[in-house]
Design a protein around this ligand. Structure first.
Ligand code: MG
Ligand code: ZN
Length: 224
């Protein structure tokens, strides 16, 4: 019975926790020649997300480290109700995981003001030891995924969900679609919302995390 299942939430970061897309904002601001072509090729599926993100950051010199990190943290805007949502999850014994295609140097600092254990935050890593920023991929695809995701959300769900978990995915974009197809419920906005409709996935729409709390409140929860 669903009411005895334990909720596990897989929550996207860019465009979901934050209103903006942090990687795109960083690229727009520092504007290294060639980033837009890489972005367009990635969106068009001509290269994988891992290749696209990796190549874009290779355009940025590590000499700008401080400016880049400072800008990335400064420009981020958190979606309304996120703090209440974290509290709600803690109060109801819901496991909240942040599954982000973003990079450690902005994801961790932006989330540091909230009570989320670092082990429950999944994102890509960065290496500033060379001349250009190199992205590292500690959570790349398992043997069942061939999308070359970079940060592979379906692999994380496979490794963490159990038979008695109710998997809820919160997200906004194409990079959430594969994990959304594995979810018991998708809480979606923007592009992901359209895709949920097209693929007839079980979904609810959200704009703020207050909406998310209302949606979760309507699901019978096992608190034991
Ligand atoms: Mg997103
Ligand atoms: Zn993958």
């Amino acid at each position: 019975m669903d009411s005895f299942k334990k909720m596990v939430i897989f929550c996207d970061f860019d465009g979901t926790v934050t209103i903006n897309d942090n990687i795109i904002n960083i690229m727009k601001y520092f504007n290294p020649p060639g980033w837009e072509t890489i972005k367009n090729d990635t969106l068009a599926g001509k290269m994988s997300v891992r290749e696209g993100v990796g190549h874009m950051f290779l355009l940025l010199p590590t000499a700008y480290r401080e400016e880049i990190v400072h800008y990335a943290i400064k420009q981020a805007k958190i979606r309304a109700g996120f703090d209440k949502f974290i509290q709600f999850c803690q109060d109801h014994n819901i496991r909240l995981l942040i599954t982000s295609g973003g990079i450690d140097f902005f994801v961790y600092p932006i989330l540091s003001q909230y009570h989320i254990p670092q082990n429950d935050i999944f994102c890509n890593s960065s290496d500033f030891s060379g001349k250009q920023i190199k992205i590292l991929w500690p959570f790349s695809c398992d043997t069942q995924c061939s999308n070359d995701c970079g940060m592979c959300k379906p692999s994380i769900l496979r490794s963490l969900s159990t038979n008695d978990s109710m998997n809820i995915v919160i997200g906004d974009s194409i990079t959430d679609l594969a994990i959304a197809k594995m979810a018991d419920l998708v809480i979606a906005r923007d592009f992901l919302l359209q895709k949920c409709k097209e693929h007839s996935l079980p979904y609810k729409e959200f704009n703020s995390f207050f909406d998310v709390i209302n949606i979760l409140n309507q699901i019978p929860i096992s608190e034991v």
